[in-house]
Write a protein that binds this ligand. Structure first.
Ligand SMILES: Cc1cc2nc3c(=O)[nH]c(=O)nc-3n(C[C@H](O)[C@H](O)[C@H](O)COP(=O)(O)OP(=O)(O)OC[C@H]3O[C@@H](n4cnc5c(N)ncnc54)[C@H](O)[C@@H]3O)c2cc1C
Length: 388
């Protein structure tokens, strides 16, 4: 197979993590050759906008901040898009693609996360489920959605809830199924989710909690979703939002140390000193933080390190997550896994505040909904850093 001439740095992935790293390197004046490989079209866009664009009447193409070509010119990097990397050969320092081998001196994995399929009792018909995890998904969603399409959303986490809000704001009929007893179960306790659930129901949401989809039948545009509570819901379109998992297969096959994500230290170095990882695919000191703020800080740190600052290492302040539910916004700073303490709640149906305090009264996490989100800045200042 032909070998492409050596590039100093290869970045795998053109999501926010990959592009932010290239941006930070150029900002530092680092002019090394950079090759970016991506299996998608390489457009620069803000993924969080995918769950608010419908009601704003923004078409998928309007979300593109720059094409791959424009990005390559702006950042003075080479971008090969629609190039899937199939394997990493760490000994030879090469990446295998359908178009040939690509050599790297240093490799940065920014491969993101992929959508998990719901656990159904029988496989769903081809094309019945739509996940919304990148721009191509979003294009498919907008192509299939018509003004009177009834939509069923599977999953009550951040993506499912934000998509539901956007669809309701745009006037669609929406049913949401969640296995959990409340919306946003991994992010906030039931008491804090209650005002959100009430607000969405007021807006017309048909909400099925403690309910799982078991099977899907029908044909394109006329699906039936069957549930474990013996209901059958009609859907023109079914959005599957049952979770995301870091994309670690390439790293695993290459023998890199992986847990939930690709394990990295505070310098974002994997178990191979020539390979770093950042963004949704990385697990930093045991934390897999699939949000924008940590990847921005990671990109800044990694650029400094690669540019020659050996002392650079990642530290992160507490990072509350904002759930973009306009009718009843939610902010969550989840307590670190395994924290000991208890929740204390105050508020009413217009907004709830939950504080998670340890035995000494130290705030370890909080959850806010509705009018209580005003407390975000005050409470954030009281939280210990995520990575000191
Ligand atoms: C609908 C939605 C709303 C969100 N809202 C928010 C929000 O409000 N706030 C917030 O903080 N976060 C939000 N997030 C999360 C946030 O968008 C992500 O944390 C962030 O975009 C991840 O960027 P990334 O670059 O790590 O991964 P990705 O954007 O997933 O990029 C991964 C890249 O890797 C490439 N790739 C993967 N495997 C290969 C391969 N084998 N070969 C070649 N290329 C490959 C892909 O093509 C892609 O370019 C949201 C996510 C979604 C889905």
């Amino acid at each position: 197979m032909p070998l492409t001439p050596a590039a100093s740095l290869v970045i795998l992935g053109s999501g926010m993590a990959g592009y932010q790293l290239a941006t930070e390197l150029r900002r530092l004046g680092d002019d090394r050759p950079i090759l970016m490989l991506t299996q998608d079209g390489g457009e620069a866009y803000s993924k969080p906008l995918l769950s608010t664009a419908l009601a704003k009447k923004q078409q998928p193409e309007q979300l593109i901040q720059a094409t791959a070509h424009e990005q390559a010119k702006r950042l003075q990097i080479e971008i090969r898009h629609h190039r899937q990397v199939q394997a990493i050969d760490r000994e030879q320092h090469t990446l295998l693609t359908e178009q040939g081998l690509i050599r790297y001196d240093q490799l940065v994995l920014a491969t993101g996360a992929e959508a998990l399929a719901p656990r159904l009792t029988t496989p769903s018909p081809e094309g019945a489920l739509l996940s919304i995890n990148d721009l191509d998904d979003y294009r498919r969603f907008r192509q299939q959605l018509t003004a009177d399409t009834p939509v069923v959303v599977l999953g009550g986490g951040l993506v499912g809830v934000e998509m539901t809000q956007d669809l309701l704001n745009a006037g669609h009929s929406v049913s949401l199924l969640a296995r959990s007893a409340n919306l946003l179960p991994g992010l906030v306790p039931a008491a804090v989710a209650a005002p959100l659930q009430w607000a969405l129901q007021q807006q017309g949401l048909k909400q099925y909690l403690n309910t799982s989809a078991t099977s899907i039948s029908g044909q394109p545009g006329q699906w039936q979703v069957n549930t474990d509570q013996h209901q059958t819901l009609d859907a023109g379109l079914i959005i599957s939002a049952t979770g995301l998992r870091p994309r670690i297969q390439l790293a695993q096959q290459a023998g890199l140390d992986c847990g939930r994500g690709i394990r990295v230290n505070r310098q974002l170095q994997t178990s191979d000193p020539d390979i770093h990882a950042l963004g949704d695919c990385a697990e930093i000191d045991g934390l897999n933080l699939m949000y924008v703020q940590p990847l921005m800080a990671s990109a800044r740190m990694l650029a400094s390190l690669l540019h020659g600052d050996d002392t650079a290492h990642l530290s992160l302040e507490a990072l509350p997550v904002l759930v973009k539910t306009s009718r009843c916004p939610v902010v969550a700073a989840t307590p670190p896994a395994g924290s000991r303490g208890e929740w204390q709640f105050s508020g009413d149906e217009e907004g709830m505040e939950g504080q998670f305090l340890d035995a000494q009264g130290q705030l370890l996490g909080f959850a806010l909904s509705g009018k209580a989100v005003r407390q975000k800045a005050r409470l954030t200042r009281l939280l210990p850093p995520l990575l000191a």
